[in-house]
Design a protein around this ligand. Structure first.
Ligand code: AMP
Length: 586
C-alpha cells in the first residue's frame, strides 16, 4: 500500500510517501524552520500536497503526539477522533495543534482516503506503575488525569528494533537506553522490548533539555514563574523560549549553537554543557533502573549528526562499560543505506550505536494495517484482567442434592462473560485436612460440576488438584461439598484453573492468536513486575476479552482491580519491519 506519512512537528513538517510492500520511500521531503516569522503549518502541508502525486496515495498516516488515556493504538480518523485529539491539546500544546492542522488539511484535500492517527504515547502503554505515577495525592492526580505518558514512541521502538537486529540479539533479551535527541528530546529505558521508563511525562515538556522546551524543572520554579508571568506566559516561556534557545539566546538549532560555541560564545557553550549533562544524568538513572544496560542508542537530528554532542554525553562513562571510539564517533554518518553505526571501542561492554530513526516507516506500516480494513478489529491494547476467587459450578443433580430438589440459583452479581453470574448460594468444601466455607456458586448450571480452587486452597483442604482448562474435569481431584440441603461427595471435579484469556474471534484476529494457543502476558500496573507464561487462549463468539487468573496468581503480581496485561507479541506489520519473530511460546 502507498501511504503518505505526515509528521507535523513543532518546528518542521516532514512527509514521506512510502510503499509498505517494498518499504521504500517514493518521495521524501521536509519543510523546515516553521513558526516565528517562518511558514505556518497549514502552508507547509499545502506545499507538501502540491509536491506529491496525489493520485498514487492510498492512505494517509498522521503522527499525533498525545493520545491521552483514550488511544492505545493506531486509529482510523473520523470527526469524533479529531475531537478527541483536540481534547488532548492541553496535554501537548505545542504539538497536537500542529498535528490537527495537518489532519484537517489532508482530510479536506483527500476526503476519500482513509486517514490514520499514530500516537507517540502508544509505545509507552506498558510503563510499570512505579514509572507512571508522580508522587501527588493519588485521588487528585487520578481525577485530573495527571500521570506520565511518554512520547516519541515510534522512534524509540523503531531504533530499539534496529539496534537489536544490528547486534543480532533478541530485543527481548536486551536492556537498552534509547536517546531520541531531536528538536524534541526524550530518553527511554527498554527492557523485554517494552518501555519501562521514559523522560517525557504528562506532556512532552519534562525530561531532557530540548530545542525550545525546558525539560526537568523544580515545580517551585514553575510556581514562581506563574506568580510573576501568569499561566499563559509561563506556558509559552517553558515551551517556546527555554531549552537550547533560552540558554544560548541563539535559537534552537544546535548547528548554529555549536558554531557560535566554537567562536567563543559563552552562552552557546553553556547551552551545550547543560544539554549534555541532562542526557548523562538520564543514562545513569536508567542504567540503575534496569540494573544494567547492554546498549545505548542515539538518534534524532542531534543524536544522529552531532559527533561533538555525542562525545560530551558519553565521555567518562567507562566505569560502567561505555567506551566511545573517538574516530568512529567523528566519522559516523548514518543514512538510509547505513542506518546503524557502532561508535564504541571493541573493548566496550556496553555498545553505543548511532541509529537513523525512521518514524515514518513505522507510521506507514501501522497506517496500512488500519487502512486495510482491520478497523473493526478491536485494537490490541492491554488485556483486562479479572481475578477469580475459588468457586463452584453445579449441574442439575448436584444442585438438587445440595440445595434441595428443583431448587434454583439466584443472581447475586453478573459477571463480565455474557450470561454468567455469581449466585447468592454458597457451599462448604471439605477435604482430608480441612474445610473452606462460604464458597460462591457460579451460574447458570452446567453439564457437570466443577470446583475451581487455588494452590493455597489445596493446602488448606489437603488435596492435590490438577491444573486444567475449564470443562476438562475427567480424572481430576475428589472433593466433598456441603450445602444447606445435603452433602455430596464427588470422585472428580476439583481443579486448579489453567490461567486463560477469553477472546472474541475479532480479538484473536487483532492479537494474531488462535484458540488453544499458549501465550505470555506481561502484567501492567502490578506492584511486582511479573510475566505469566502458559496462558491459554480461549476463543468463542460469546466471549468478551478478559484474562482470568486466580487469587494466588494475582497476589504474586500484587494486582489490584482494573489491572491489565500485555500479550508479548508484535503486531505482524511492525514485527516484519524489524524482521522479528512474533513471540509465542507454542
Ligand atoms: P529533528 O527534530 O530530529 O529534526 O532534529 C533537529 C535538531 O537536530 C536541530 O536542533 C538541529 O540543529 C539538529 N541537527 C541536525 N543536523 C545537525 C548537525 N549536523 N550537527 C548538529 N546538530 C544538528
Amino acid at each position: 500500500m502507498k501511504v503518505l506519512v505526515i509528521n507535523c512537528g513543532s518546528s518542521s513538517v516532514k512527509y514521506r510517501l512510502i510503499d509498505t510492500e517494498t518499504r521504500m520511500a517514493l518521495s521524501v521531503g521536509v519543510v523546515e524552520r516553521i513558526g516565528d516569522g517562518g511558514t505556518s503549518h497549514r502552508a507547509a502541508v499545502s506545499e507538501i500536497l502540491e509536491r506529491v502525486d496525489l493520485t498514487e496515495i492510498e492512505a494517509v498516516g498522521h503522527r499525533v503526539v498525545h493520545g491521552g488515556e483514550r488511544f492505545h493504538d493506531a486509529t482510523l480518523i473520523d470527526d469524533q477522533v479529531v475531537a478527541a485529539i483536540e481534547e488532548c491539546v492541553p496535554l501537548a500544546p505545542l504539538h497536537n495543534p500542529a498535528n490537527l492542522a495537518g489532519i484537517r488539511l489532508a482530510r479536506e484535500a483527500l476526503p476519500s482516503l482513509p486517514h490514520v492517527a499514530i500516537f507517540d504515547t502508544a509505545f509507552h502503554r506498558r510503563l510499570p506503575r512505579r514509572a507512571i505515577h508522580y508522587a501527588l495525592d493519588l485521588d487528585l492526580a487520578q481525577r485530573l488525569g495527571i500521570r506520565r505518558y511518554g512520547f516519541h514512541g515510534p522512534s524509540h521502538s523503531y531504533v530499539a528494533r534496529r539496534a537489536a537486529e544490528y547486534l543480532e540479539r533478541d530485543l527481548e533479551d536486551l536492556r537498552l537506553i534509547t536517546l531520541h535527541l531531536g528538536n524534541g528530546a526524550s530518553a527511554c529505558a527498554i527492557e523485554l522490548g517494552a518501555s519501562v521508563e521514559t523522560s517525557m511525562g504528562l506532556t512532552p515538556l519534562e525530561g531532557l533539555v530540548m530545542g525550545t522546551r525546558c525539560g526537568d524543572l523544580d515545580p517551585g520554579a514553575v510556581l514562581q514563574l506563574v506568580r510573576e508571568l501568569g499561566v499563559d506566559e509561563t506556558d509559552r516561556v517553558l515551551n517556546r523560549e527555554s531549552g537550547l534557545a533560552g540558554l544560548s539566546g541563539l535559537g534552537n538549532d544546535l548547528r548554529d549553537i555549536e558554531e557560535q560555541a566554537a567562536a567563543g560564545n559563552d552562552r552557546a557553550r553553556l547551552a551545550i554543557t547543560v544539554y549534555a549533562h541532562a542526557v548523562r544524568r538520564y543514562i545513569g538513572a536508567y542504567a540503575a533502573a534496569m540494573g544494567g544496560v547492554d546498549a545505548i542508542v542515539l538518534t534524532g537530528g542531534i543524536g544522529e549528526n552531532s559527533a561533538q554532542m555525542r562525545r560530551r554525553i558519553l565521555q567518562q562513562l567507562d566505569f560502567f562499560g561505555v567506551r566511545l571510539d573517538e574516530d568512529r564517533n567523528h566519522d559516523a554518518r548514518v543514512s538510509a543505506e547505513v542506518p546503524v553505526v557502532d561508535v564504541s571501542t571493541d573493548r566496550a561492554s556496553v555498545r553505543t550505536l548511532v541509529v537513523k530513526t525512521n518514524e515514518e516507516l513505522m507510521t506507514a506500516l501501522q497506517t496500512a494495517r488500519v487502512a486495510r480494513g482491520d478497523t473493526e478489529v478491536r485494537s490490541p491494547g492491554p488485556v483486562p484482567i479479572a481475578i477469580s476467587g475459588r468457586h463452584v459450578h453445579l449441574d442439575r443433580a448436584s444442585m438438587d442434592a445440595l440445595f434441595g430438589e428443583g431448587s434454583e440459583l439466584t443472581v447475586y452479581k453478573n459477571l463480565s462473560q455474557p450470561g454468567q453470574y455469581a449466585a447468592r448460594e454458597t457451599l462448604t468444601l471439605v477435604g482430608p485436612r480441612g474445610q473452606i466455607e462460604g464458597v460462591r456458586v457460579l451460574g447458570p448450571l452446567r453439564k457437570s460440576p466443577q470446583i475451581e480452587i487455588s494452590r493455597t486452597d489445596e493446602f488448606a483442604l489437603g488435596v492435590d488438584a490438577p491444573i486444567r482448562a475449564s470443562g476438562k474435569t475427567q480424572g481430576s481431584a475428589p472433593v466433598t461439598l456441603v450445602g444447606p440441603a445435603g452433602t455430596l461427595h464427588l470422585n472428580e471435579g476439583l481443579i486448579c484453573a489453567w490461567r486463560h484469556i477469553h477472546m472474541h474471534p475479532k480479538d484473536a484476529e487483532a492479537y494474531g492468536v488462535e484458540n488453544g494457543d499458549e501465550v505470555e502476558v506481561a502484567i501492567q500496573g502490578g506492584e511486582r513486575d511479573l510475566t505469566f507464561g502458559d496462558v491459554l487462549v480461549r476463543v468463542k463468539d460469546s466471549y468478551v476479552l478478559e484474562m482470568h487468573i486466580d487469587t494466588d496468581e494475582a497476589n504474586a503480581a500484587e494486582l489490584s482491580r482494573g489491572a491489565g496485561g500485555d500479550l508479548l507479541y508484535d503486531p505482524p506489520d511492525i514485527a516484519a519491519a524489524a524482521s522479528l519473530e512474533r513471540r509465542r511460546t507454542r
